[in-house]
Design a protein around this ligand. Structure first.
Ligand code: ADP
Ligand code: MG
Length: 285
């Protein structure tokens, strides 16, 4: 068992400003690989040397903690109810890689009115040195997921080759286009590169014809493989356990591409502190 308090101390250089980039992973349809991708992308970015947080916004099904082999007993809801400090709920996975157990969005509106947001901003200062926060959302494009889309820097919409998933991904893209200039797509569970390209081009064509000013980019693809399935069943992160496997290489390519694209896109110097982000998310309800 890791010493959580001691590990958190390592992150204590608390910057006054923050450059954290928030990336929302969403899909429309469930079961397309959001959590698997979020966890492995976060771990890969960490392996590449970044400081990374992974925010579980689909806590109801609590699978990120299982994947990372930790047990989150408390989550953001406990913080909102003043039953825990933010610092107490965060699970260090590695040095500079943190799992942040969020909330599925069903209960937060009940508690946020009594909550002191200013103290949350102070309490979360230790997260302000993170380079990336990856947000794993639940299925569907309800208000909660939309709020994440609105308040994050980038969105990655995942689909699989199944026509119903493509339709839902398109609906998600259409909605996300209200908030985002650029949207990334990830094609998961593909047979091969040409299938992935075909799916992306199909969505791209419909999007360009119907959505005003859309900039849709394919951030990459993940081939369907028993290795990924094996690690979900056996609770593990494949980029950690099998860093040289084909799917780990695919994740690495995506992570590098994403980091590079986001680096080029630093425009406005907003206040990117983690507490501000939470305030925007929670304040919406
Ligand atoms: N590329 C892939 N190849 C094989 N199985 C995959 C792949 N991506 C995801 N899966 C499997 O699909 C299932 C659903 O994945 P999950 O990440 O839980 O989806 P979501 O979070 O979107 O509901 C899991 O059993 C996972 O192992
Ligand atoms: Mg999931």
């Amino acid at each position: 068992m890791k010493n959580q308090a001691a590990n958190l101390e390592l992150l204590l250089e608390t910057p006054k400003t923050s450059n954290t980039k928030f990336i929302t992973i969403t899909s429309g349809k469930g079961g397309v690989g959001k959590s698997t991708f979020s966890a492995n992308l976060a771990y890969k970015l960490w392996q590449l040397g970044f400081k990374v947080g992974i925010f579980d916004a689909d806590i109801g099904l609590a699978n990120l903690d299982i994947m990372f082999g930790v047990r989150c007993e408390k989550n953001l809801l406990h913080v909102l109810k003043n039953q825990a400090k933010l610092r107490d709920i965060i699970m260090p996975i590695e040095r500079n890689l943190y799992l942040i157990p969020g909330d599925s969005g069903t209960d937060i509106f009940r508690y946020k009115s009594e909550f002191m947001f200013e103290s949350l901003i102070e309490d979360s200062a230790f997260l302000d040195s993170l380079d990336f926060v990856i947000i794993d959302t639940g299925a569907g494009i309800g208000e909660y997921t939309q709020t994440f889309l609105k308040n994050s820097d980038e969105a990655i919409v995942i689909t699989i080759p199944d026509p119903a998933a493509i339709t839902d991904a398109y609906a998600t893209i259409k909605l996300a286009a209200n908030f985002k200039e650029r949207i990334f797509m990830l094609i998961n569970m593909t047979k091969n590169h040409s299938e992935a390209q075909m799916i992306f081009q199909k969505v791209q064509k419909i999007a360009q014809a119907n959505i005003h000013n859309i900039q849709l980019e394919c951030i990459g693809e993940l081939t369907k493989t028993t290795l990924i399935n094996h690690y979900s069943k056996n609770r593990g992160i494949f980029v950690k356990e099998e860093p040289n496997s084909a799917p780990s290489m695919e994740i690495e390519e995506i992570a590098r591409k994403l980091a590079k694209k986001m680096e080029r896109n630093v425009l406005v110097q907003e206040d990117k502190r983690f507490g501000k982000f939470l305030k925007k998310i929670l304040g919406h309800f």
